[in-house]
Design a protein around this ligand. Structure first.
Ligand SMILES: [Zn+2]
Length: 218
């Protein structure tokens, strides 16, 4: 653990993913194939889901007495993937913000999560499709991240983006060239809504005394 690189004033947009996912199992009310309510519990399987920490989950299997399909039911924020929805969205977001797949692999590694470039690229495509179909944001106005631009280069007019995995553990993601961090916050809130990701705007001094979890910093 070492001191954060934030040494002078700089606004920080913090993506807080430290809240645990509520992984409550809910019995399905109807079969997703035929809509029948005659659904039986059909055992369960244990899966490891990659979130801010790996989560062990019981995934329930169900059987429809009417159409004879078996299907699994997942808690909110989880699906067939071995990564939680919110971490896949983050991978897609960093890609959308112009980071290379290689940089994103490194960022995830620093957070203790292994992910490959193809997965990141696919999450980027998924995010673009999601945002397009719901007309959530305009693609003519995208914020981009610069991975290694320090405050020395842009002492004014830049905002840092960081992720908080657990209280006291921050990973710096990159720098956004803007003197209006509030615009970035509302843009990110639109993209990350419905997920357990809190978007906070902090001032540097609120983070200065906190050790950074970023092993890449100097
Ligand atoms: Zn059915």
């Amino acid at each position: 653990m070492h001191q954060s690189r934030y040494t002078i004033y700089m606004p920080i947009v913090l993506l807080n993913v430290s809240a645990k996912l509520a992984c409550q199992f809910e019995r399905p009310t109807a079969c997703p194939y035929c809509g029948s309510k005659r659904v039986l519990s059909w055992g369960q399987v244990t899966r490891t889901i990659q979130d801010s920490k790996p989560i062990q989950l019981e995934i329930h299997r169900n059987f429809c007495e009417y159409c004879k399909h078996t299907f699994r039911s997942y808690p909110p924020g989880i699906d067939r993937s071995t990564y939680s929805l919110r971490f896949r969205r983050l991978a897609g977001l960093f890609w959308l913000m112009d980071l290379s797949c290689r940089d994103i692999v490194d960022i995830f590694q620093e957070m203790g999560i292994s992910i490959n470039r193809m997965k990141i690229w696919r999450e980027g495509q998924n995010l673009v499709n999601y945002l397009t179909s719901r007309r959530i944001i305009s693609f003519s106005n995208l914020w981009s991240l610069e991975r290694y631009v320090g405050m020395e280069t842009h002492p004014r007019g830049s905002t840092s983006l960081a992720v908080c995995l657990e209280p006291g553990h921050y990973s710096e993601i990159g720098t956004i060239i803007t003197s209006n961090p509030l615009l970035v916050v509302s843009w990110l809130k639109a993209i990350l809504k419905d997920l357990d990701i809190e978007v906070l705007l902090l001032e540097t001094k609120e983070l200065t005394d906190i050790s950074s979890g970023n092993k890449n910093g100097n």
